[in-house]
Design a binder for this molecule. Structure first.
Ligand code: ADP
Ligand code: 5GP
Length: 188
């Protein structure tokens, strides 16, 4: 069976850290590269972090039904998973790993059903989440407060909608737990 693994989390909960760990341990897993209409940031390359398009190109592809799912995450900035990306990864016999926002994760689980295993990653508390965002030092104080406020509503929205909730407290424990649940899903 073609499989997909979905990771969603409020920003700062440790999603990228855990996804990168899982990908390094499982060569049979492959990261799904999303399409976006936002500008590349920093060193981002087309076809590596994202497939980059203009908003007009993106709208055209929506009209042509080329997406599994898409969202206007910020006004004017579209993000989505191309059907061709899913086919590309499955054709190699790999399972797909999605790193996607909470709403997108719920949508993908609905689309893929039993083929999918969805994991919600949560920090042990809102206070710890704030500390991690401060420690990561990639966002302004204002942006951090926005992300923390959004996290509370995302946690409420996510309740009961994911197959598994992983509390990322001690990192090694979280890595072990993630490996365990993913291995069990892959052999079933
Ligand atoms: P996300 O992708 O969910 O936004 P990151 O993976 O970037 O989050 O993690 C946010 C910050 O917290 C990073 O600086 C990361 O190194 C750190 N971090 C992640 N998990 C833990 C943990 N269990 N304990 C302490 N720090 C962590
Ligand atoms: P960023 O611009 O910081 O890379 O991503 C912004 C948001 O878009 C993040 O919450 C990210 O998870 C989400 N995102 C990335 N790819 C997709 C996608 O294919 N579909 C949806 N719905 N959201 C995405």
């Amino acid at each position: 069976m073609n499989k997909v693994i979905i990771f969603s989390a409020p920003s700062g909960a440790g999603k990228s850290t855990i996804v990168n760990h899982i990908l390094s341990k499982h060569p049979e897993l492959e990261f799904s590269i999303s399409a976006t209409s936002r500008q590349p940031r920093g060193q981002e390359r087309d076809g590596v972090e994202y497939y980059f398009f203009t908003a007009d190109e993106f709208r055209e592809m929506i009209a042509q039904d080329k997406f599994v799912e898409h969202e206007e995450v910020y006004p004017g900035s579209f993000y989505g998973t191309l059907k061709s990306e899913v086919d590309r990864i499955w054709s190699k016999g790999h399972a797909i790993v999605f790193d996607i926002d909470v709403q997108g994760g719920v949508n993908l689980k609905r689309i893929f059903g039993d083929q999918a295993f969805s994991v919600f990653i949560q920090a042990p508390s809102v206070e710890v989440l704030r500390e991690r965002l401060v420690g990561r030092a990639t966002d302004s104080a204002e942006a951090i407060e926005k992300r923390v406020a959004k996290a509370a509503s995302e946690m409420e929205f996510a309740a009961g909608k994911f197959d598994y909730v992983l509390i990322n407290d001690d990192l090694q424990t979280a890595f072990n737990e993630a490996e365990d649940i993913i291995s069990r899903f892959l052999i079933r």
